[in-house]
Write a protein that binds this ligand. Sequence first.
Ligand SMILES: [Zn+2]
Length: 372
Amino acid sequence: MINFWQSQSLPVEGRFLMRTLKLGDRGKEVLDVQSRMCGLGYNVGTDGVDGFFGPDTQAAVLAFQQANGLLADGIVADNTWQELVEAGYGTGERLLYLKIPSFRGADVLILQRSLNRLGFNAGPEDGIFGYVTERAVLDFQKNAGLVVDGMVDESVLKSMARVTKDAGPHADDAKIPDRNGGSAAGRSLANIAIVIDPGHGGDDPGVSGDGPVPEKELNLQVSIMLGRALEQEGSRIYFTRESDTDVDLYDRPALANAWGGDLFISIHHNSCSSPAAQGSAAYFFCRQGYFSESGKLLAWHILNSLSRELGLPALPPIGRNFAVLRETEMTAVLVEPLFLSSGRDIDLSDGRLADREAQAILAGLKRYFAVA
Ligand SMILES: [Zn+2]
């Protein structure tokens, strides 16, 4: 088994908070969050940076989450904290180059976007300085007659600013590369590795619903059944968990990267205080204007077959910047087949529910491969 701690995605300074921060909390971690929010131009209220997580700080956190494609819950946990830290890096504030763990941040994202617009393939615009981004920097340096060392220093930034200004109206025509080279074209379920990620587990039950089992349990049931069905098709299957255990949010994509997965499917279930909310939802990677085309297509096929099988409306595929979608180096989707709170429209005690969901996701995967 591969030692995933050697994966380039882990670990990153500043990633982990000591605790989750929410309305009513106090302390120096709240101070830290507030000063970062202020630095980014968010209004944390009349008392400003005072170490108290009041309604103004919560509103600022919500606005930040919405602007960054995160789950908008007003709570600062690992995913929001990581994005907050990265958002603070402005272009030219630090020397960027390939290292392990990778540089990440708003400055890396701007670099990738500039390189892609100029026609140098910097890979997905995910704000993570990996091998593909380094290759693009080397290409750029060679073309611009600079020292070819992969270091993004002042000479590179100046030269890039000059050609970006001169690039003219054709600059936007450059094809923006997708994750995993764009699609699974020419491949089939029989010869790929699929990582299945049952959401939550252990101390984290997920959402509570009206069904007989908590979200974490249904996620696991659907995942195991989907894995078995895919094995019949010849796919190699990896699970981020196979029992009721805790798995860290950032370990899930790190495992998938270490295993060299071709597809990543995270299984969750939805819940809403209003029993009227119903339908199947699926999410693909989207961050500041960039999105995964292959992820969107896969989400669309899975949604169509889920709604057909379960008789529920399909919401349109939704672009999000969730950690499992961003950190995975392969095409990734997060699927929520139904609302555990909508017992009115679906029989949650149906013993075949998990199997029906798994079969529907499988049918969606097959359609994706038929057209990709
Ligand atoms: Zn969930």
